[in-house]
Every structure is written in structure tokens, then in C-alpha cells.
Design a binder for this molecule. Structure first.
Ligand SMILES: Cc1ncc(COP(=O)(O)O)c(C=O)c1O
Length: 388
């Protein structure tokens, strides 16, 4: 029987595929180190779990307001004021089941078939397919690896057409670990204003920063509040990937339409997850600082260790929890490299090309895993890379 041509044309997520392959090999008894995924190895901090537990016991188990509970909307309003210098009302926010749905909803309500979206390349694996799911066209803006994936107005301008509607931005970036500078943000703002474009600003890694790097939001740049949709969530900062809790904040017209979409699709995030989310945002941020301190030590270890391995070149990442080295002594493509790493060194990774053509030659390793696994990874890489 006939199936959707659109969905049939969408590739499955390479990250999910590599994670699954790693899991299967592990289940078969192989000593696989799984660095393919993008999730903290920490459990959700106890006070957040306790808040959800208490909420459920108190009867917070019914349909919540579709767009988010008043307590969580208020917590997000306060967080945006406090941390991002962004001033919005509750009506400009929608709570979603995960940041991923916030991205999907943003694209669904801002695009029409045939519209074009600038996707900075390399970027997270789901951006392109999510644009395609709107019958819109992802236009990849290849950022040069040799210039540490720097964004310039000229590069963006070269890809704008009369059909361009939106630019997707992610800083700190998955997979490159880059944090956009004020100059780069101004370049994006300039192009967005010149062509009257929306900007989707995915800030999900905003708290995971190293070496004094500072996260600046796009919405706080001059003239950007009315065209920026901020996407954020709880998965990374609070180790809450399984809770499926995220949000978007932006112009009231965009959010109003997104709220309509939500009532007619996923309905809402889980009620007690929202209650816990408000506690996460309003409470002490020590738990975030503790997790970032662990990532900082792992990052230092990985960067120092990879530097010692001939044939690998790794820029000092400024944020998120991935290293994205380039394999400099081989012309094998990144899919082949990832396959060799899995089959010959039992390390599951994500090939750079999964993030777009500009990621070719690179492989992404998650550092959101314990130090022992990272030490074993480095030992295996030191043995294998010179032979590739
Ligand atoms: C850049 C980026 N945005 C969004 C998400 C989705 O986060 P969530 O778990 O809240 O859906 C991820 C998850 O890997 C990500 O890497």
C-alpha cells in the first residue's frame, strides 16, 4: 500500500543509528565504548526528581494547559530576564515535549512549501530533515573547517534568495563546540534584518561553556527580538533527556500559531515534568555547575590526549559536550572512519558528514561520558589512527 512520499524521503537520524548499533554490539558481549549519542551520563539532579515525585503524589497527573503551566511559563520569563536580557510575556512562550518539538513547531508555523532555510553546515543532524518535513528547502551554508567554522555576513548573503525565510543558528554548537562571537551574531542579525528573515536560535547548550567562553543570545541584539525564536530546554543543562521538556520564546504571532499546532498534535509536555522544570529553573544552579565542572575536566583530558595522536587535529571546543577532530592523515571519508572506529576499536561515534558536507573529514565523539571510558577511547585511538 502507498506510504507518504515525503516521510519516505527523510533519512533516519545517523546519531540514533550509530547509538543503536553500539548498543547492539554491547548486548552481543563486545566491549563497545558508546560516544555516538548526545546525552549527559549524569542522572537528573535529585531535587528535580523529588519535585516531580511530589507533584505526581499531589495529583499533578492530569492534562495541563497545552502551551505550558503558569508556574513554568513564569519561571521561563524570569530566566530569560535574568540570564539572557530578553523581556517577554507568558503569551510569547510555549512549553514543548523536548526542544526538538520546539524546533519542529517553529519551522511548521513560519514556513510554506518551497520556502528556503539557511542551515549552517555543520549543524545538528535533525535541522535539514525537519525543514524538509515542512516541504521547505534546507540551503546549506558550508562553514570552512580551516577557519574554525566561522560565520560571516558574506557567506550568508551568498545563499540568500527571494524564497529565504529563516536562518537556523545553534550556539554553543553541536557538533563543532563553537560559541558564536558578538561579531558573528551581528553578521547574522545584519543579514536577517536586510532580508526580513526569522532566526531560530537553538540555545540548548547555553550553560555548557569552557575557558571563560560567554554565551550571547541573538534575541538581545538590537532589532532582533521581533524576528528571533529562541529554542531551549532541560535535556542538556539538567540531564533531563528522558523527560522530554523544552520551550520556545518569540514574537507573539509565531507563538500563537505554534500553540494552535500543539493543541492539534502532541497536546502538551507532561504535567509533572513541567512542575519539575519550574523547580529546575527557579532553584540553585549548583547542579549545573557541578556537571559542567566534570565536562571541563573531560574536555581538558580529551583535547590534551588527542593532540598527542598524529593524524588528529582538534580545535579547542568552547561549549557543548563533543569533540570534533579532523582526521588529517587519511583521505577516507567520515562514514568509513566511523565504521573503522566501531569495527576495529569498538568506539561508536558519529561521522562528521551526518552534520552536513562541511563536517566531512571529522568525527564527533561525545565527552558526556565517564573518564574511564574516555581514557580507554584515547588508548584505542592512539593504536588505531596511525594505521588508518
Ligand atoms: C543542537 C540540539 N538542539 C536540540 C536538541 C534536542 O533536545 P531535546 O532533548 O530537548 O529535544 C539536541 C539534542 O541532541 C541538540 O543537540
Amino acid at each position: 500500500m502507498q506510504l507518504s512520499e515525503l516521510i519516505t524521503s527523510i533519512p533516519a537520524s545517523v546519531t540514533a543509528m550509530m547509538m543503536q548499533k553500539g548498543r547492539e554490539m554491547k548486548a552481543a558481549g563486545l566491549d563497545v565504548i558508546n560516544l555516538a549519542g548526545g546525552e549527559p551520563d549524569f542522572n537528573t539532579p535529585a531535587h528535580i526528581i523529588e519535585a516531580a515525585h511530589q507533584a505526581m503524589l499531589a495529583g499533578d497527573t492530569h492534562y495541563p494547559p497545552s502551551h505550558g503551566s503558569p508556574a513554568l511559563l513564569d519561571a521561563i520569563v524570569a530566566k530569560l530576564e535574568r540570564e539572557n536580557d530578553v523581556h517577554v510575556t507568558r503569551e510569547q512562550i510555549m512549553v514543548t515535549p523536548g526542544a526538538k518539538w520546539a524546533i519542529y513547531a517553529t519551522l511548521a508555523v513560519t514556513l510554506n512549501p518551497g520556502d528556503e532555510v539557511l542551515v549552517l553546515d555543520p549543524s545538528w543532524v535533525s535541522y535539514g530533515p525537519m525543514v524538509a518535513l515542512q516541504r521547505a528547502v534546507p540551503v546549506r551554508v558550508a562553514l570552512p573547517s580551516e577557519d574554525n567554522f566561522r560565520v560571516t555576513a558574506d557567506l550568508l548573503e551568498a545563499h540568500v534568495s527571494p524564497r529565504t525565510r529563516l536562518i537556523m543558528v545553534n550556539s554553543p554548537n553541536n557538533p563543532t563546540g563553537r560559541v558564536l562571537t558578538l561579531d558573528e551574531l551581528d553578521a547574522i542579525a545584519l543579514v536577517a534584518a536586510a532580508h526580513d528573515l526569522y532566526v531560530l536560535s537553538d540555545e540548548i547548550y547555553e550553560h555548557i561553556l569552557y575557558d571563560g567562553a560567554v554565551h550571547h543570545g541573538l534575541a538581545a541584539r538590537s532589532g532582533m527580538a521581533e524576528r528571533t525564536i529562541i529554542v531551549n530546554g532541560f535535556s542538556k543543562a539538567y540531564a533531563m533527556t528522558g523527560w522530554r521538556l523544552g520551550w520556545l520564546a518569540g514574537p507573539a504571532s509565531v507563538v500563537k500559531l505554534a500553540r494552535t499546532l500543539q493543541t492539534q498534535s502532541v497536546t502538551s509536555a507532561a504535567s509533572f515534568a513541567m512542575t519539575a522544570g519550574a523547580v529546575a529553573l527557579n532553584g540553585s544552579q549548583d547542579c549545573v555547575r557541578e556537571m559542567v565542572a566534570a565536562y571541563t575536566a573531560r574536555r581538558r583530558f580529551m583535547l590534551d590526549a588527542l593532540e598527542e595522536i598524529p593524524g588528529l587535529e582538534c580545535a579547542p571546543i568552547q561549549g557543548a559536550f563533543y569533540v570534533f577532530p579532523r582526521f588529517t592523515a587519511t583521505d577516507k571519508d567520515s562514514l568509513t572512519l566511523s565504521r573503522i572506529l566501531l569495527e576495529e576499536a569498538l568506539i561508536a561515534t558519529t561521522p562528521g558528514v551526518a552534520f552536513g558536507q562541511a563536517g566531512e573529514g571529522h568525527v564527533r565523539f561525545s565527552i558526556a561520558t565517564d573518564m574511564d571510558s574516555l581514557e580507554r577511547t584515547v588508548e584505542r585511538l592512539a593504536r588505531l589512527v596511525p594505521k588508518i
